[in-house]
Design a binder for this molecule. Structure first.
Ligand SMILES: C[S@@+](CC[C@H](N)C(=O)[O-])C[C@H]1O[C@@H](n2cnc3c(N)ncnc32)[C@H](O)[C@@H]1O
Ligand SMILES: [Zn+2]
Length: 161
């Protein structure tokens, strides 16, 4: 499956153990802008009452609902050893590479503890770092807002169920 117009050749959506995932068809150098997390900008209050797995909290006031299929970055899965990191710039969410990424690699970033605990922990993390670990919840290495990766953000989603 391919998507988008500008991104049609740069990314490929493919099935993974964690559902659909986003793969790159090109090389990224460390620090490159990979993709923007786009969608409908909502007040965080409205987003919290709406709920969903594709909400990305920009700050306490604003949240992006990225569920639209034109937002290819919605397919980026969580990893505890991510190759990308999400940063907020004003009301935008930009996803950068943390290292050189080769064509064919799956793109991933650390969603952060709040999202991880709400949506991933119970069934176990299926990222490449955790598959094979006993409890499937290593959730340790950088790239989230909670730890490594500078001031990069995880999903900052407000989970509601
Ligand atoms: C933003 S979506 C990512 C794309 C999703 N795989 C899909 O098919 O649409 C986030 C959801 O994907 C799944 N997911 C992402 N990363 C995961 C991981 N490391 N382990 C298990 N599930 C994951 C969870 O269901 C999570 O709520
Ligand atoms: Zn993991």
């Amino acid at each position: 499956m391919r998507g988008g117009t500008d991104n049609a050749r740069a990314f490929v959506v493919k099935r993974t153990q964690a559902g659909l995932g986003l793969f790159t068809a090109r090389t990224f150098a460390r620090g490159d802008l990979v993709i923007e997390y786009t969608g409908v900008l909502l007040s965080t209050e409205a987003a919290d009452s709406r709920g969903g797995r594709y909400l990305f909290r920009v700050d306490s006031r604003w949240t992006i609902d990225g569920q639209g299929r034109e937002n290819l970055s919605r397919y980026i899965n969580h990893s505890c050893k991510p190759n990308c990191v999400a940063y907020t710039r004003g009301r935008r969410v930009l996803i950068y590479s943390r290292r050189k990424i080769q064509p064919g690699e799956e793109l991933c970033y650390n969603y952060g503890k709040e999202y991880f605990d709400a949506f991933i922990k119970a069934r176990g993390c299926l990222c490449s770092a955790c598959r094979g670990s006993e409890d499937g919840s290593r959730n340790g290495e950088g790239g989230s807002r909670d730890g490594g990766g500078g001031n990069g953000n995880g999903r900052r989603q407000t989970p509601r169920r």
